[in-house]
Design a protein around this ligand. Structure first.
Ligand code: ADP
Ligand code: MG
Length: 629
């Protein structure tokens, strides 16, 4: 809640609107306490006195009534009617929308066709018809304005409800045996309330205007009672001769409606969860780079295909610094498969995305390091250069192909588009190439499958399309970020074998990110283990499999069940990885490790060579004898 107000206050216009509106509402509330003249007492000898005259600060109207007093009482009435109409319209409209959206079927059809009929009338005409039927008067104007706005809320809320009614948590509630009214109250309502609030905050101003319009036409408040609309209506005949009588209520309407609309926009922005973390801005085309120095190629890995040096990526969110990647060195040779493994949250994805400048900025910032692809530093390369390389030299495969494929285009069209992004070929040629690609990832009947939509394919099939997309432009490296995590084991095995074949037949280098040691062991030549944004152990797959040196690696491997290996205790790692905005000093794993000694908690621990691998640990596994003394 405080975060909401802080975000709202950051939006200057919304803040100004909020302040003005609070002042107006405060004035309206204290009006009965102020020493004002009676707003309805006429004094025809004092007609049309100008503003700032004695005893009448804003002058008097055509019947000699005090304008200031009428303005304040009128504002009070207009605000009350507008807000009441908005509340009524929102309540009834939301109830209709929720019922229609939740029950669906015939109920939905009947209700929504009725709403459609209401919407088919011009707004003001409908309001006029309702007032004509009920008779003029402020209460009837309120009913009319509320009624014409019900369809707007009903339509909005129904749309949202239909989406929510089919989500898993609602189905879970059904399975748990909750009654429909309970589900509506406990599952649906909390999700639509923000939408109702937003819709209301952006329409109250409109409703105040409509009420004023009806009063202006003489159908709302009746003389002598003043509201802003009727004041304008009465001043109409003296518009030219005594303009102050219309300017006073007119300005008040302008101020109120402007303030409400500005505040409403601000509320909408602040309540939208997508705008919450990234502040009120759109991400830049590439990740922001802010580094003091550029590391060189290094001697050991100078001629690698991809050579990442001391990469540091942080997220700056509301004054906090999350060090997601804290100095990562990696190198990948042509045709090699490098596995990156670690628990979720250890910084694997951020590392992979940083290489091509794909981390969203704000809040992401690359604060140090370099990523050399064939000797060219990609960190800080201009957007045009990066865009040219994305997909053509370095391609990505992501975890969930359903979210990376566009749901409304055929997979073939998406493949052709990916090819044509980098090569000026015709659509027919593109189609031939797309079929070849689908064939290469072992999709049966590619000629037919090419015109499928993503939802017509199974998860494994979609992930193969994802791989085909990555292959579209013959990249040198594919970075696969947990590509098999969403798949079942048999499909996972197929996808892994496709990747392995492609690597051997095309000389592709693969960076394979996963949290599953079993998968890495099948595919990779070398493995890097990540923990809390740093690499804690790195070396040849076989060496690490036979003798893990870092306690974390050993614990990770102990988590993998072994088929046919007999019964043994699966060792879950106790505790959770540290939060990366408050990393402990020394070893980040110290709190969860059973080999921790006092020196683990002081100073930086370097990645030191040990046997065939490198380990960031002072007391590695398998070195007990030396330490026993
Ligand atoms: P994983 O190893 O599971 O792929 P990530 O690389 O996605 O982990 O995340 C690494 C760390 O960065 C996590 O601690 C996560 O909380 C943090 N992080 C990722 N994205 C953001 C963001 N937009 N804002 C703040 N922190 C983030
Ligand atoms: Mg990830």
């Amino acid at each position: 809640m405080t975060a909401f107000f802080r975000l709202l206050a950051r939006n200057r216009l919304a803040l100004a609107g909020g302040i003005v509106l609070s002042l107006v509402v405060l004035l309206a509330l204290v009006t009965p306490l102020l020493p004002l003249a009676d707003p309805d007492v006429t004094d025809t000898s004092n007609r049309f006195r100008p503003a700032l005259s004695d005893g009448a600060l804003l002058g008097t109207d055509h019947l000699g009534r005090d304008l200031l007093s009428r303005l304040l009482w009128g504002t009070r009435l207009s605000l009350a009617v507008g807000i009441a109409a908005a509340l009524i319209a929102a309540t009834i409209g939301a109830a209709i929308g929720i019922i229609a959206g939740f029950y669906g079927g015939r109920i939905d059809n009947v209700i929504m066709r009725g709403v459609d009929m209401l919407m088919a009338f011009p707004y003001i005409l409908l309001a006029l018809a309702i007032v004509a039927a009920l008779g003029p008067g402020l209460l009837n104007a309120l009913i009319a304005v509320a009624a014409v706005n019900v369809p707007f809320f009903a339509r909005n809320i129904r749309g949202i409800t239909v989406g929510i009614a089919n989500t898993e948590f609602v189905q879970a509630a059904r399975l748990a045996g909750l009654s429909n009214p309970r589900i509506i109250l406990s599952e649906i309502l909390p999700n639509v309330v923000p939408v109702i609030v937003i819709a209301m905050s952006t329409t109250i101003g409109w409703m105040i205007l409509e009420t004023a319009g009806l009063s202006f036409l003489g159908l709302g408040s009746q003389p002598p009672q003043a509201d802003l609309g009727s004041m304008l209506g009465e001043a109409r005949s003296a518009l030219i001769t005594h303009p102050h009588t219309s300017v006073v209520p007119g300005l008040m309407i302008l101020v109120i409606v402007m303030a409400i609309n500005l505040l409403g926009d601000g509320v909408r922005d602040a309540l939208d969860p997508r705008l919450k973390s990234g502040a009120l801005s759109r991400p830049m085309a590439t990740t922001r780079v802010d580094r003091q120095s550029i590391p060189d190629h290094g001697e050991k890995s100078g001629d690698s295909l991809l050579n990442v040096r001391a990469l540091e990526t942080q997220f700056h969110v509301r004054g906090r610094v999350y060090r997601a990647v804290g100095g990562v060195d990696l190198h990948v040779e042509p045709g090699e498969c490098l596995g990156i493994i670690g628990e979720s949250g250890s910084g694997k994805s951020v590392t992979a995305l940083s290489i091509m400048g794909l981390v969203a900025s704000p809040p992401g910032v690359i604060t140090g390091g370099a990523a050399y692809l064939d000797g060219e530093d990609l960190i800080g390369a201009p957007y045009r250069r990066l865009r040219d390389m994305r997909g053509r030299r370095v391609a990505y495969i992501f975890q969930d192909p359903l979210s990376t494929l566009h749901p409304l285009y055929r997979v073939g069209d998406q493949l052709i588009e990916a090819i044509r992004a980098h090569r000026p070929i015709s659509r027919t040629e593109g189609r031939v190439r797309a079929i070849e690609l689908l064939d290469a990832v072992r999709i049966p009947n590619p000629e037919q499958r090419i015109s499928d939509y993503p939802h017509e394919m199974s998860g494994g099939m979609r992930q193969r399309v994802g791989i085909a997309m990555a292959l579209a432009n013959d990249p040198d490296i594919i970075i696969a970020d947990e590509p098999t995590t969403a798949l079942d084991v048999t499909v996972q095995a197929q996808v892994l074998s496709i990747l392995d074949d492609l690597r051997r037949s095309r000389g592709l280098a693969i960076v394979f990110i996963t949290h599953d040691f079993g998968v890495v062991a099948q595919l990779c030549d070398r493995v890097a283990v990540m923990y809390a944004g740093r690499i804690v152990e790195e070396g040849p797959m076989r060496a690490i499999l036979s003798a893990p040196r870092h306690p974390y690696t050993a614990r990770l491997m102990a988590c993998v069940p072994e088929l046919g290996g007999g019964k043994r205790r699966l060792e879950a790692i106790p505790g959770l990885p540290p939060v990366v905005d408050a990393l402990p000093e020394g070893c980040a794993f110290a709190d969860r490790c059973d080999r921790t000694r006092p020196d683990c908690r002081a100073g930086d621990i370097p990645l030191a060579p040990l046997a065939a691998q490198s380990v960031r640990c002072l007391h590695p596994v398998g070195t007990e004898q030396e330490h026993a003394s």
